[in-house]
Write a protein that binds this ligand. Structure first.
Ligand SMILES: Nc1ncnc2c1ncn2[C@@H]1O[C@H](COP(=O)(O)OP(=O)(O)OP(=O)(O)O)[C@@H](O)[C@H]1O
Ligand SMILES: [Mg+2]
Length: 385
């Protein structure tokens, strides 16, 4: 019994600081800490070695008064590889390009004039060895010797900004590469589709005509049977060639435009998946550049494939419209919704759609629908018809 009670009181430990009894049980070190906390929270002045703190600070510290640096700490000088002589009593021109110096002066003026009290921005300064140092400064208006000045703190953010720029650059290169690959792929698809249609389709058609010629010349029932079968196979092969060529590059997209191509795709989708498809409106002026029509069509194609594969929808509706100078494509399904599916690792469809939207300078969103289903909204800014 006793052992258990003792164990319990040990496990609970001393009461937390906000409970009565805390200070009573405190050690001398705790008493000191409590006193320091009390002093700080009461706002009473604490004696601090300010000079030492400023000199040893890991951040650059500076004072600008009457348009010249009147104080900079050793860290400031070290960041720029300069001596005090090169900075003190001089204006920002001593350590910055003329355009940057003008910006620093203007920002100092705004704070001195009381336009703003405090300002944080990145300024490009010049290291003595010629390289640029990006310093993020945060300065405020103060009174020094009864006159206004700006005192600020600076951090060397060159490395961080360098990484950011590199990242931005490689992101941009990646987007350019994706756009290039898309264009290349589109051109190749068009070429394959043409060759398939013209060459293979042409050969199969002439084969079919030969079968017809032979059929007309023979009277043998056995031969007629074989020729009939051959004719069926040739017809099927021609259909397959047409379908594959159309999948690769719908001729209708080139000849009749985006709306007709989407309509054709929806008819095919309805037949294949038994999903009721609605296209609105029946007619719409779509003066889109060919590359835009291609990308929008491919986004639509992938969206349909996804609905067929994942959504288990009964109805699908595609709506095209102009919102001022923005072309808007909305695809609604009444399927299970994204939340009910498990994304396949390494899936590329949504990624590709997003890249195409970005290539068009547009946005792509997927939204859940109530009570069920998914809405895709593609917005592409273009000149209105
Ligand atoms: N209309 C939809 N309804 C419900 N879930 C969807 C729908 N569209 C996409 N998804 C979900 O999003 C995931 C990612 O789609 P994505 O198109 O990127 O890949 P995928 O279709 O699985 O493969 P693929 O790379 O061949 O396109 C899908 O695996 C599915 O879980
Ligand atoms: Mg997909």
């Amino acid at each position: 019994m006793t052992a258990i009670a003792g164990h319990r009181s040990k496990a609970h430990g001393p009461p937390p600081p906000d409970q009565p009894g805390f200070f009573a049980a405190a050690s001398p070190r705790r008493r000191l800490r409590a006193a320091a906390l009390r002093r700080m929270s009461s706002g009473a002045a604490v004696e601090l070695p300010f000079q030492w703190i400023v000199e040893q600070s890991l951040a650059a510290i500076y004072v600008i008064q009457d348009d010249v640096y009147t104080y900079v700490n050793p860290t400031f000088l070290a960041m720029l590889g300069r001596s005090a002589d090169e900075v003190i009593g001089r204006g920002p021109e001593a350590i910055a390009r003329p355009d940057e110096a003008a910006r620093i002066r203007e920002n100092v003026r705004r704070r001195i004039d009381g336009e703003i009290l405090k300002l944080r921005y990145v300024v490009e300064l010049l290291h003595r060895d010629g390289r640029t140092v990006s310093m993020e400064v945060d300065g405020a208006r103060v009174e020094v010797g009864g006159r206004p000045a700006v005192v600020g703190i600076g951090l060397d953010v060159s490395e961080r900004l360098g990484h950011q720029r590199e990242l931005e650059h490689s992101r941009q290169r990646l987007q350019e590469l994706t756009a290039y690959i898309n264009t290349l792929r589109e051109a190749q698809r068009a070429k394959f589709a043409r060759e398939l249609h013209d060459e293979l389709g042409g050969m199969l058609s002439s084969l079919k005509m030969d079968i017809g010629r032979l059929t007309r010349r023979t009277r043998s029932p056995a031969m007629l049977g074989v020729l009939g079968e051959m004719d069926g196979v040739a017809r099927e092969a021609i259909d397959i060639v047409r379908r594959v060529a159309d999948d690769l590059r719908p001729a209708v997209l080139d000849h009749l435009g985006l709306l007709a191509a989407i309509r054709g795709r929806l008819e095919q989708f309805q037949r294949r998946y038994g999903v009721k498809c609605i296209l609105e409106p029946e007619e719409l002026e779509l003066p889109l550049p060919q590359s835009h029509a291609n990308n929008i069509y491919r986004i639509c194609q992938e969206a349909l494939t996804n609905v067929g594969r994942h959504a288990r929808a009964r109805t699908l509706s595609v709506h095209l419209a102009w919102d001022g100078a923005v072309f808007v494509l909305t695809i609604d399904d009444d399927g299970v919704g994204f939340a009910a599916t498990v994304p396949r690792p390494g899936a590329m469809g949504l990624l590709g759609m997003g890249e195409r939207a970005r290539e068009l300078g547009g946005t792509l969103e997927f939204l859940p629908r109530r009570p069920r289903g998914t809405r895709l909204v593609l917005r592409v800014p273009l000149a209105a018809p």
